[in-house]
Each structure stands twice: as structure tokens, then as C-alpha cells.
Design a protein around this ligand. Structure first.
Ligand code: FAD
Length: 458
């Protein structure tokens, strides 16, 4: 058994872990990065990137189907799923090569294998011990299921869904959150008959209520079926399909059922608790400086309670490295983390929803403005409906921005600067937004909220 010593030992090479490794190396710390599968983790191989590639193919299919509306003669003959997957895998492979090259160009020791915490500062891999002055836990998450609902056969998770080499004819999607609507959107564009089952009263229930409503409207228009507010009871599989039953007795059939009911922390059996790490239902608890209950042991990414997003993991990884290097970075404001739901249409939001803002400051102390994309030239050119919704503290800054419409995810950059820099609508209104862009809708919304609407009726 060999003993290895480093400044920083990182368990898990996904978004949180590799960001911590890269930043630590930049800061001159010696780093061991332990990964049992592929560098890049869920986001690169089974999450963000492959799904967005599929969504792009889906957009191409939609545009081709509607080509005549734009005066272009084209016919959608079908979806060649192996070819779609080849395109997707090409993107993932290229990014994987780039990331591998980046990590190997730095003073980072990449250790391949399954790691387990055997002492508070020591991770054992293949019988060797890696001891760090500091340890970062970043072991990520897995697709959850419901009690009694077994994954297998025609009941699949997002990991399996990404492996399909055919377009299913009819699918039930259990869960109307980010991952559920993403796959529902992809499949519908590819020609699948889709039904989403969501136990909460609306689709995308974590979004501002008016956005959830608009999403339902858009999905209804696209012919995506959904049933909300009724809980799922069980599913039966046969040789040809599945039948899902809800608690109210309603039944839905399909060729497959995707279970998209959230992701759980991957922490079981890794020795965390035995070594004094305080946990809650499998999540690793940290303070705002991402320090666990064991001094010198930090945690990043999906195992830390909060938004399970890659960019949160990146930022946490960077934060931890800087904290270890003694730079005393400012804590990450979870509320300022931008969120995008990728589907057709897209949802992008940052800050407080209207109901949260009203709860925090009182309804009388906030102002809300919704700018309809009907007034935005570029959105009309793209043929999308939707809006930009702003929430401000009266006589104060913007505290929430919520957008829905095709491609609005691309507008989240300015939105997050506005909220995180606590900009006043009057300040944003004085900045010039290029015409005709969808970004202009953000500018117009601020003009209106500042009392000087341009292309708006109110
Ligand atoms: C379908 C889907 C779509 C998504 N789309 C988006 C999106 O568009 N945008 C976004 O921001 N987020 C998205 N996410 C979420 C995003 O993928 C995660 O938030 C992110 O990957 C979390 O990073 P992480 O470092 O915590 O964990 P992971 O990326 O899961 O990395 C953890 C790594 O640790 C390794 N590991 C675990 N245990 C051990 C061990 N014992 N020894 C060695 N290695 C170990 C794993 O192999 C893995 O590589 C999506 C997720 C899914 C499933």
C-alpha cells in the first residue's frame, strides 16, 4: 500500500471536483483528483451537454417541419437516431478531450479508481492512500426514483434515455421539472406522443407561477400532454409497453416511462459519516464557506443541499480552492445563481419569484412588470411567444427576472448581472440594447419599469 500526500485531494471529477482541481493548481497547490469513471462527470457525459445537443437536433427538426412558414421548401423525412447520437457523442468527445488535455497540462495528479474516505483527510483508491492537507468531496448525484418504483426494462432514467437508438412512439414522463420537460420537449420534436405526469399543481413548479402557466400554455400548443396535481401510483410493464396508474385511477399507456423525479446525492458507502462528516438525508452539510463538520474537509456540487446545477458546482469548486489558498473569497449567494430550463420554449430566471418577493418584502413594497415578446422584433422573426418579467423593490433594485420563450436562456447573462449587481431599472434603462435582438426585450422591460416604455403598450 502506497501513501501519497497532497495539498488538496479531491474525490470526484465532475463539475465541482474538476473546477476545484483546476483552480487549486492555478494557485500553486499540489492536487490529486480521483475519478472512477470519466473526467467531466454527469454534466459532460450524461447531463447538460448531451441533452442540449439533442435539443439542438430537436430544434432542427422543428424548423424543418415548419420550413414552409418561412418560405423554405424542405420536408422532414424522419429522425435518424443513430446519426443524432453520433453528432451528440462527437460534441461530448471533443469537450472531453479538451478537458482531459486541460487537466493534464496542469500539475494535477489524476487518479483513476473508486475512492473511499478511510480517515478524515485520507481517501483510499485501489489500496493506495491519498492524504490531503485539505479534502474536497464532490461525488455528485444519481437519478432518483419513487419508493416501490423499480427502474428497469421499459421504466428508464435520463441515463437510459440518452442511450436510446430509436425514437419511441409514445412516452410517459414522470416528473414535470427541468429534466422531465427537457426530454418531453426533445421527444415531441422528434415525433413522439408525450404525456407528462406531475404530482404538484403545475409543470416546472420551482419557477415563478406565471412562467409555469406560460410553459403549460406553450406545451399544450405543441401537443405535449400533461397531467398535474395528481400523484402517481404505479406502473405495469408488458412485452410491448407500460401502463401508469395515478392515485385518482386514471391510466396512461406508453412504449416507455421516463422517471425524472429528481436527483439524490451520491454519498452512500463512501465513508463520510464514519469519519465524522455531518449529513442530512444523504446530503453533505456545509457552512457558507463550504466547509463540512470536519475541519479541512469541503464539499461541492450536487451533494451539497441547494440547486443541482453544473455552474453552481464550478463556482463552489473555485471558491473552495481559493478558500484553501487563503484568498478569503466572498461566499456564493445561492439566490443569485441563474437557472435555465432547456426546452422549447426555454425558461431562464434569477432571483426571487413574485410570490417569494411578496412574502419577503410585502406585496405593496414590490413592483412587477411583464414585457410580452409580442413587441420584440427578433422574437417575432423566430416565431416565439413569451415574456420577460421583472420584479423590483419599490424605489429599489431589481430582485427577480423571469423569462420564457425560444432561446431566452441566452439572455440570462445580463439578467444575472442586473440582479446580482442590484441594478435599478432606471440604470438598466439608460444602457443601450442592440436592435433587433431578443436581448432588447430585457432593455424594453426595464424602460417600462422605469416609467418610459418604448415598444410597449403599458
Ligand atoms: C439529464 C441532465 C441534464 C442536466 N442538464 C444540466 C444543465 O443543462 N445545466 C446545468 O447546470 N446542470 C445540468 N444538470 C445537472 C449537472 O449535471 C450537475 O449539477 C453537475 O454534474 C453536478 O456536478 P458534481 O461535480 O456535483 O457531480 P457529477 O458531475 O455527478 O460528478 C461526480 C463525479 O464523481 C465521480 N465519483 C463518484 N463517486 C466516486 C468515488 N467513490 N470515487 C471516484 N469517483 C467518484 C463520478 O464518477 C462523477 O464523475 C443536468 C443533469 C442531468 C442528469
Amino acid at each position: 500500500m502506497a501513501e501519497h500526500n497532497f495539498d488538496v485531494v479531491i474525490l470526484g471529477g465532475g463539475s465541482g471536483g474538476y473546477a476545484a482541481a483546476l483552480r487549486s493548481a492555478q494557485l500553486g497547490l499540489s492536487v490529486a483528483l480521483i475519478e472512477r469513471d470519466k473526467l467531466g462527470g454527469t454534466c459532460l457525459h450524461r447531463g447538460c451537454i448531451p441533452t442540449k445537443a439533442l435539443l439542438h437536433s430537436a430544434e432542427v427538426a422543428d424548423v424543418t417541419r415548419d420550413a414552409a412558414a418561412y418560405g423554405v421548401q424542405a420536408t422532414l423525412q424522419g429522425i435518424d437516431m443513430p446519426a443524432v447520437n453520433k453528432y451528440r457523442d462527437g460534441i461530448v468527445d471533443k469537450l472531453f478531450k479538451g478537458l482531459t488535455g486541460l487537466v493534464s497540462s496542469k500539475a494535477i495528479t489524476l487518479v483513476a479508481g473508486d475512492g473511499r474516505m478511510v480517515a478524515p483527510k485520507t481517501i483510499s483508491v485501489n489500496g493506495d492512500n491519498y492524504t490531503g492537507k485539505h479534502v474536497v468531496l464532490a461525488t455528485g448525484s444519481f437519478s432518483k426514483t419513487l419508493p416501490g418504483l423499480e427502474i428497469g426494462g421499459r421504466v428508464i432514467t435520463s441515463e437510459h434515455a440518452l442511450q436510446l437508438d430509436f425514437v419511441p412512439s409514445k412516452v410517459i414522463v414522470l416528473g414535470g421539472g427541468v429534466i422531465g420537460v427537457e426530454f418531453a420537449s426533445i421527444w415531441k420534436s422528434f415525433g413522439t406522443d408525450v404525456t407528462i405526469i406531475e404530482g404538484l399543481p403545475t409543470l416546472v413548479p420551482n419557477e415563478d407561477a406565471s412562467v409555469s402557466k406560460a410553459m403549460e400554455r406553450a406545451f399544450r400548443k405543441r401537443g405535449i400532454n400533461f397531467k398535474t396535481g395528481v400523484r402517481f401510483q404505479g406502473v405495469q410493464q408488458s412485452a410491448t409497453g407500460v401502463v401508469a396508474t395515478l392515485e385518482n385511477g386514471e391510466q396512461f399507456d406508453g412504449e416507455l416511462m421516463l422517471v425524472a423525479v429528481g436527483r439524490g446525492p451520491n454519498t452512500a458507502g463512501l465513508g463520510y459519516e464514519e469519519n465524522g462528516i455531518q449529513m442530512d438525508r444523504g446530503y453533505v452539510l456545509t457552512n457558507e464557506r463550504l466547509q463540512t463538520s470536519v475541519e479541512g474537509v469541503y464539499a461541492a456540487g450536487d451533494i451539497v443541499p441547494g440547486l443541482q446545477l453544473a455552474h453552481r458546482g464550478f463556482q463552489q469548486g473555485i471558491f473552495i480552492a481559493e478558500e484553501i489558498a487563503g484568498l478569503r473569497p466572498a461566499p456564493i449567494d445561492e439566490l443569485g445563481i441563474p437557472k435555465v430550463t432547456y426546452s422549447e420554449p426555454e425558461i431562464a430566471s434569477v432571483g426571487l419569484s413574485e410570490s417569494k418577493a411578496a412574502e419577503t418584502y410585502g406585496q405593496d413594497n414590490i413592483s412587477v412588470y411583464e414585457y410580452n415578446l409580442g413587441g420584440n422584433g427578433k422574437s417575432q422573426i423566430l416565431g416565439t411567444a413569451g415574456f420577460v418579467k421583472l420584479i423590483r423593490k419599490n424605489n429599489g433594485p431589481i430582485i427577480g427576472i423571469h423569462m420564457i420563450g425560444s432561446r431566452v436562456g441566452e439572455q440570462i447573462g445580463e439578467a444575472q448581472l442586473i440582479v446580482n449587481w442590484e441594478a435599478f431599472p432606471e440604470e438598466v434603462a439608460s444602457l443601450v440594447h442592440a436592435h433587433p435582438t431578443q436581448n432588447e426585450a430585457l432593455g424594453e422591460a426595464h424602460l417600462a419599469l422605469a416609467g418610459k416604455p418604448l415598444h410597449a403598450h403599458a
